[in-house]
Ligand binder design. Structure first.
Ligand SMILES: Cc1cc2nc3c(=O)[nH]c(=O)nc-3n(C[C@H](O)[C@H](O)[C@H](O)COP(=O)(O)OP(=O)(O)OC[C@H]3O[C@@H](n4cnc5c(N)ncnc54)[C@H](O)[C@@H]3O)c2cc1C
Length: 394
């Protein structure tokens, strides 16, 4: 399906679990080879530099990985969400949560609103070059005073001749420094809130746009930005979706974002588990392999059970989602279960590594730091519980 398959032997056999089919497993093989050859070997360096090269976008574009679910007429691969699901799983094995997050933000949260709600002209100007990797995208919703409470955003878009002028700030925006454009939410009525927010395609080259990189606990290779908007002009033709219809855009992609996070978390936990199992089979203490201690064996038994349960729930939610059914409850449960579990598993893996787990060299401390974002990003665990409570009529 993609350029990376050419001349490369098929991937090692893996039990195919529904909803995936043979074609998805072929894609998995291509992705895994790409990740192992072009991402994993550089993960340490990019983490140290706190940046991965922008060139990765055109490289991924060339291989077809930025447009798996998009139509061929836009340069996509004509696949569907299941292809992107495989991508989310395989990127999670790249050794750097920051690289997976930066690429994932472009593919999973920033370009889908352009695809779903963009005019033909917007798709030609933004989606097509994003699929090729010539433009880098970011989604900007969160603000310093409005995270979980999206409706509390203050950034204001004021109508002027020929378009809009934006003033305000955005916080924690993945790809905010490197992005060529933002898919950005702003108030378009004085009240804002559910009926007063709209989306805009904002070119970051516009005067008045300033992005600064924020230091953080994990995801070091990614760029997380604080953005200041001072009289940034946006032309009329860059209003994305309906005026004051921004909440619809936000809600439209939430489920896919959360499902992708669940898929990524299970895959990352599995990867950490595999590395640790290998370590426990080699490391010796008191004259035997540490994996031979019952206390350690039980940790593996528990982790394997948690991973399997997380995967089963996530695949169940994925099946419902791709079938077009209402999957709100299952997606929310999958996000809630897998994000904390991935962090707990990385922490247990760190413990099994002993002192080595605390060292940068083994990559386990990074896995734990990176996993800590899961219960916060894309809607916190507390918000997931609120949503679930509401589905129960509470
Ligand atoms: C590394 C990173 C990357 C990010 N990337 C992006 C991005 O690309 N684009 C973007 O728009 N945003 C991004 N975010 C923002 C992210 O989505 C928010 O951080 C998240 O939604 C939480 O919002 P907040 O940080 O403002 O926390 P707050 O909303 O201030 O929450 C603080 C605490 O209060 C709790 N809380 C809030 N409301 C309730 C409630 N009703 N009931 C119970 N508890 C509650 C929360 O669960 C949390 O524990 C990113 C964040 C990080 C850390």
């Amino acid at each position: 399906m993609t350029g990376y398959s050419k001349g490369v032997p098929p991937a090692a056999a893996r039990r195919i679990l529904p909803p995936f089919a043979e074609e998805h497993e072929e894609l998995r093989g291509s992705l895994r080879r790409f990740v192992e050859a072009e991402l994993l070997p550089h993960a340490d360096e990019w983490e140290r530099e706190r940046w991965f090269p922008n060139d990765l976008f055109p490289r991924m574009g060339e291989l077809g990985f930025l447009g798996l679910k998009y139509e061929e007429e836009y340069g996509g691969q004509g696949g569907g969400y299941l292809h992107d699901a495989v991508l989310a799983e395989e990127l999670a094995r790249c050794g750097s949560g920051g690289v997976a997050a930066g690429l994932g933000a472009h593919i999973t949260i920033a370009t889908p609103p352009v695809w779903k709600f963009g005019t033909e002209d917007q798709k030609q100007r933004y989606l097509v070059p994003s699929i090729a990797g010539d433009l880098i995208a970011a989604l900007a919703i969160t603000e310093p005073d409005a995270g979980s409470d999206v409706a509390g955003m203050k950034t204001m878009a004021r109508p002027v001749e020929g378009g809009w002028v934006l003033n305000g700030s955005k916080m924690f925006i993945t790809n905010g420094v490197r992005a060529n454009y933002l898919v950005l939410a702003a108030k378009t009525t004085a009240q804002g809130g559910h009926g007063g927010i709209s989306f805009f395609l904002v070119d970051t080259e516009q005067p008045g746009y300033e992005a600064s990189k924020i230091e953080k606990l994990g995801w070091h290779a990614s760029d997380t930005a604080l953005i200041a908007l001072g009289d940034v002009f946006v032309p009329t033709e860059n209003l994305l979706g309906e005026l004051n219809g921004g909440f619809k855009l936000i809600m439209a992609n939430f489920q896919w974002e959360r499902l992708s996070m669940a898929l990524g978390a299970v895959a990352a936990a599995q990867h950490c588990f595999e590395l640790t199992l290998a370590y426990a089979g080699e490391r010796e203490a008191f004259g035997r392999k540490i994996g031979g201690f019952q206390a350690i064996r039980h940790k593996f038994a528990e982790m394997a059970t948690t991973i399997e349960a997380g995967r089963a729930l996530t695949y169940h939610a994925l099946r419902l989602f791709v079938d077009g059914q209402d999957a709100l409850r299952e997606v929310t449960q999958a996000k809630l279960l897998t994000q904390r579990a991935a962090f707990d598993i990385a922490d247990t893996c760190l413990q099994i590594h002993g002192g080595a787990g605390y060292m940068v060299e083994y990559g386990i401390e990074r896995a734990a730091r990176d996993a800590r974002l899961g219960p916060i990003g894309g809607g916190t665990d507390e918000i997931m519980k609120e949503i679930l409570g509401r589905t129960m009529g509470l």
